[in-house]
Design a protein around this ligand. Structure first.
Ligand code: 6PG
Length: 471
C-alpha cells in the first residue's frame, strides 16, 4: 500500500461522507476515529479502494505522504483542542491540520498560533451542505496560510460542489477567516429561514391558505428570482403527509426551534464590530422565543383578545413574495456588511464577490440571486452596502411597498414577523433623513457633557442645558 494523500479524523457521518467523496475522486484517504470501532464500522459498511482505516494515531500519521494533510471532522470545542494537542508533537514542520467543523473563529485563530509554534499550518475550513453536501459536493471555505493552501487545493476543488462548472471553494483568508465566513453564512441562514417561516405564517393566518396551496406557492416562487435551496425544501416540507397519522407532518412538529450557536455567534460578533445585523439577531431571538412554550401558552390566552382583522386582498400572495425578496436582500446586505467590517478588523483580504460565488451551490443558503451579489462586487469591490448597488437598490425600490404593507398587516393581525419587521426598519434607517440621533446627542450632552456636533459649523460643542420645567 502506497502513502495516503490525505487523512480524515472523525468517522461520524460528516467525516465519513467527506472521506468517501475524496475517495470517489481518486484520493487515497487514511481514516481515523478516536474510538476505533467507528472506523471499523465505516470500513465495513463503505468498502472503497481509496479508503483505508487506521487504528492508532502514529500509524495514521505515518501512513500519510508529506507534507501531511489531516482534516478534522469532529465536534467543535474541546475535541478539536484534544486532537490537535495529540497530533502536533508527532507532526513535522510544513504539515497541515484542517478543522472542518463549525468552530468559533477565535478558537481557530488561537489554534493557528499554537500550530505555528510547531511549524504546522492550521486551517479553519468552513463546510456547508450537511450530510448530503459532504458526500456529493459541499461548499468549502478554507482559511489559513496562503501558500500551504496550494497543497490541499486540488482535493478541495475536486470534492466541492460546482456552480456553472466552477468549484464552490475558494481560499478565504488568513487564520480564522474560513470559519468566520462560515459563521456569518450560518447567520444569514438563520435570517433566511426565519423570513421563510414568517412568510408561511402570513400565508396561513392572514391568507387562509392550505398546506397544499403553500407548498405550491413556494414551488412557484422557486422557479423565479427567489430560487434557492431553502425555498425548495420548504415547498417539499409543506407537501409532506404525516407518516404517523392524518394530516401534514409539519403541523405535528412542536413549534420550538433548536440552535447550535453559529447564528448567535454572528449576532454577538456583529455587536462587537459595531455592525447592524438586526435580522440575524431577530432570527436568533425568534428561536429563543419559540422555546418559551409554557410562557407562550400562558400569555397567549390573555393577550389574544381584541386583535383586528384585515382583508388579505387579491395581491396578498404576490405581496408576501415581494416582501420575502426584499427581506432577503436586507439580510444578505447585513451579512456582507459584516464581512466587509471583518476584513478591516482582522486584516483579511476577503473577496466578497468570490464568497458570494462559492455560495451558489453546495451550501444551505445557495440561491439564484447570489450571482447578482457577485456582479455587484465586480462592479464595486469595496461596496459599503449591497443596497447601494444599482441592481439591489432597484429591487428594494420595486418591493419596499409590499414589504411595508405585509409587515403592517402582520402587526395589525398580531402575527409575529420579527425578521420582516427588522428588514423594514433596516431599510428605513437608511432612507429616513432623521433617526432621532440629534435628540440622543442632546440627552448625552445634557446629562454627561458628552458634547455634540452642529450642522452649521465645525467642532465639538457643549451646551449649558436649562431646566425649563422646575419642580
Ligand atoms: C450548513 C449548516 C450546518 C448546520 C448548522 C445548523 O451550512 O451545512 O449551516 O452548519 O446545519 O449547524 O445550525 P443550527 O443547529 O444552529 O440551526
Amino acid at each position: 500500500m502506497g502513502k495516503m494523500n490525505i487523512g480524515m479524523v472523525g468517522m461520524a457521518v460528516m467525516g465519513s461522507n467527506l472521506a468517501l467523496n475524496m475517495a470517489d475522486h481518486g484520493f487515497d484517504v487514511a481514516c481515523y476515529n478516536y474510538t476505533p470501532d467507528l472506523t471499523e464500522k465505516v470500513m465495513k459498511e463503505h468498502p472503497h479502494e481509496h479508503m483505508h482505516g487506521f487504528y492508532g494515531l502514529q500509524e495514521f500519521v505515518d501512513s500519510l505522504e508529506k507534507p501531511r494533510m489531516i482534516m478534522f471532522m469532529i465536534m467543535a470545542g474541546s475535541p478539536v483542542d484534544y486532537m490537535l494537542e495529540k497530533l502536533l508533537p508527532i507532526l513535522e514542520p510544513g504539515d497541515m491540520v484542517m478543522d472542518g467543523g463549525n468552530s468559533f473563529f477565535e478558537d481557530t485563530r488561537r489554534r493557528h498560533e499554537l500550530a505555528a509554534k510547531y511549524g504546522v499550518h492550521f486551517f479553519g475550513v468552513g463546510i456547508s451542505g450537511g450530510e448530503k453536501g459532504a458526500r456529493l459536493g459541499p461548499c468549502i471555505m478554507p482559511g489559513g496560510n496562503r501558500e500551504a493552501y496550494e497543497y490541499v487545493r486540488p482535493v478541495f476543488e475536486a470534492i466541492a460542489a460546482k456552480a456553472a462548472g466552477e468549484p464552490c471553494c475558494t481560499y478565504i483568508g488568513g487564520d480564522g477567516a474560513g470559519h468566520y465566513v462560515k459563521m456569518v453564512h450560518n447567520g444569514i441562514e438563520y435570517a433566511d429561514m426565519q423570513l421563510i417561516a414568517e412568510s408561511s405564517l402570513l400565508m396561513k393566518y392572514a391568507g387562509g391558505m392550505s398546506n397544499q396551496q403553500m407548498s405550491e406557492a413556494f414551488y412557484e416562487w422557486n422557479q423565479g428570482e427567489l430560487k434557492s435551496f431553502l425555498i425548495g425544501i420548504t415547498a417539499d416540507i409543506f407537501a409532506e403527509r404525516d407518516d404517523m397519522g392524518d394530516g401534514w407532518l409539519v403541523d405535528m412538529i412542536v413549534d420550538s426551534a433548536g440552535q447550535k450557536g453559529t447564528g448567535r455567534w454572528t449576532s454577538i460578533q456583529a455587536m462587537k464590530q459595531g455592525v447592524n445585523t438586526s435580522m440575524i439577531t431577530a432570527a436568533c431571538n425568534a428561536r429563543v422565543m419559540s422555546n418559551l412554550l409554557e410562557e407562550r401558552a400562558a400569555l397567549g390566552e390573555s393577550l389574544a383578545a381584541g386583535l383586528n382583522t384585515v382583508d388579505a386582498g387579491e395581491d396578498f400572495l404576490e405581496d408576501v413574495r415581494r416582501s420575502l425578496y426584499a427581506g432577503k436582500i436586507a439580510a444578505y446586505a447585513q451579512g456582507f456588511a459584516l464581512y466587509r467590517s471583518a476584513a478591516e478588523v482582522y486584516g483579511w483580504q476577503l473577496d466578497f464577490g468570490r464568497i458570494a460565488a462559492i455560495f451558489r451551490a453546495g451550501c444551505i443558503i445557495q440561491a439564484e440571486f447570489l450571482n447578482k451579489i457577485t456582479e455587484a462586487y465586480n462592479r464595486q469591490p469595496q461596496l459599503a452596502n449591497l443596497m447601494l448597488d444599482e441592481f439591489f437598490l432597484g429591487k428594494i425600490k420595486e418591493n419596499l411597498a409590499s414589504l411595508r404593507r405585509v409587515t403592517a398587516m402582520a402587526i395589525t393581525l398580531g402575527i409575529p414577523v420579527p425578521a420582516l419587521a427588522n428588514a423594514v426598519q433596516y431599510i428605513d434607517s437608511f432612507r429616513a433623513g432623521q433617526l432621532g440621533a440629534n435628540v440622543i446627542q442632546a440627552q448625552r450632552d445634557y446629562f454627561g457633557a458628552h458634547t455634540f456636533q452642529r450642522k452649521d459649523r465645525a467642532g465639538s460643542f457643549h451646551h449649558q442645558w436649562q431646566e425649563h420645567y422646575k419642580g
